[in-house]
Design a protein around this ligand. Structure first.
Ligand SMILES: [Zn+2]
Length: 246
C-alpha cells in the first residue's frame, strides 16, 4: 500500500514533465536559400485546407503573372474541380504540393489539438495523411509533390522524422500573412509591407469570403514594384531559421 502510494505520487510528478517536453508541437520557420546575384527572391505559399476556391486571388495571380506554391489537401482537390482545372491550366505559374489527405495536424494523440483540430491517433494514420495527400495531388495535376506542409503547420518531433523518412521536405514559413484567412485587409497589407528577401509567405486560398485576396492584392502590388521576384518551392531550397514550440 505504501509502495503504491509512493509510485503514484512519483508518477504525478514525472508524467506531466515528460509529456510536456516531448509533446509540444513545433512550428518551423524557414527562408528561401538566396544566391548572391538574385537576392530579392520571396516565396508565396497558399494553403487549400478544405472549403472553397478563392477565384479572386488566383485570378489576380494569373493576371499579374505571380508564381505561387499551393498546398492542397485531397479533401479540397475533390471538392473544387473548377478551381483545380484553373490551376491545371496554369502549371507554369503554380506548383501544387501536399497538404495532407484530410487536414489533420502532424501531432500524435486524438486528445491533443492545434487551433481546435485534433491530432492523429498514431503514426500509421500520419503516414496515410501524407501519402494519400501526395497521391491526390499527383492524380489531380500529373506531378508528384516533394514538399509537405501539415494542417496548422505544427509538428511533433516524431512526425517530422516520419515525414522526412517518407521522402518529403517540410515547408515552414517566415511571414504569416493572413492568420488562417482571419486577418483584415489592412493587417495583411502591413504584414506584406515588412517582407524581406528570402521570406516564405503563408496565406490561404480556400476562404473567398475572407479579406485575404484584397489584402494580398495590395501587398503583392507593393512587393512587385519594390523589385521582389516570386519563386515557387520546386525552384528553390529552404533553410530552417528557428523552431518555435507552442
Ligand atoms: Zn491548412
Amino acid at each position: 500500500m505504501m509502495k503504491l502510494t509512493f509510485l503514484m505520487i512519483l508518477a504525478m510528478f514525472i508524467a506531466p514533465l515528460s509529456s510536456a517536453s516531448d509533446q509540444l508541437p513545433i512550428e518551423i520557420h524557414d527562408r528561401v536559400v538566396l544566391q548572391p546575384d538574385s537576392d530579392k527572391k520571396v516565396a508565396l505559399t497558399l494553403d487549400a485546407c478544405s472549403g472553397k476556391f478563392d477565384d479572386d486571388l488566383i485570378e489576380y495571380l494569373i493576371r499579374h503573372q505571380i508564381p505561387a506554391t499551393i498546398f492542397a489537401t485531397k479533401k479540397w482537390l475533390l471538392k473544387n474541380p473548377q478551381g483545380v482545372s484553373i490551376i491545371k491550366a496554369h502549371l507554369d505559374l503554380f506548383d501544387v504540393e501536399d497538404h495532407g489527405e484530410k487536414h489533420i495536424p502532424a501531432i500524435i494523440g486524438t486528445d491533443r489539438k492545434v487551433y481546435g483540430i485534433s491530432g492523429e491517433p498514431d503514426i500509421i494514420h500520419l503516414r496515410r495523411e501524407v501519402i494519400e495527400g501526395a497521391r491526390a495531388v499527383e492524380k489531380a495535376t500529373g506531378i508528384a509533390p516533394h514538399w509537405y506542409r501539415a494542417a496548422t503547420a505544427e509538428y511533433d518531433p516524431l512526425a517530422i522524422e516520419e515525414i522526412d523518412k517518407l521522402g518529403y521536405k517540410i515547408a515552414g514559413f517566415s511571414v504569416n500573412a493572413d492568420a488562417g484567412a482571419t486577418s483584415k485587409k489592412i493587417t495583411i497589407e502591413k504584414r506584406l509591407a515588412h517582407v524581406k528577401a528570402g521570406d516564405v509567405i503563408i496565406a490561404h486560398m480556400n476562404k473567398p469570403a475572407s479579406d485575404t485576396a484584397e489584402g494580398l492584392a495590395v501587398g503583392l502590388d507593393y512587393l512587385t514594384k519594390a523589385g521582389f521576384v516570386f519563386v515557387r518551392l520546386d525552384q528553390v531550397e529552404l533553410k530552417v531559421i528557428n523552431k518555435k514550440t507552442h
